[in-house]
Design a protein around this ligand. Sequence first.
Ligand SMILES: [Zn+2]
Length: 87
Amino acid sequence: MLIVVVLLATVAMRVAIVTVVVYLLLPQGRFCPHCGGEMTAIRNRFFDRVVSALERRWCVECGWDGIVRRVRAASRRRAARRPLIPS
Ligand SMILES: [Zn+2]
């Protein structure tokens, strides 16, 4: 019985590690990872209800679409205050 518990814990840890790594590899924010243009959010019930940390976006300029990490409203405000060109 102990062996089964150890094996299940090992599998659960692997799934958790893979989930974290995949999450960190996803692009973040409103800007396209290919061309840098601003992307449009696409409503997706699955991501809105089940995985609210992710959202689907589409780039108007180059046509890239994919899943990105959702940017919280507070960090959006912080990014808006930050100047684009450092002085
Ligand atoms: Zn693009």
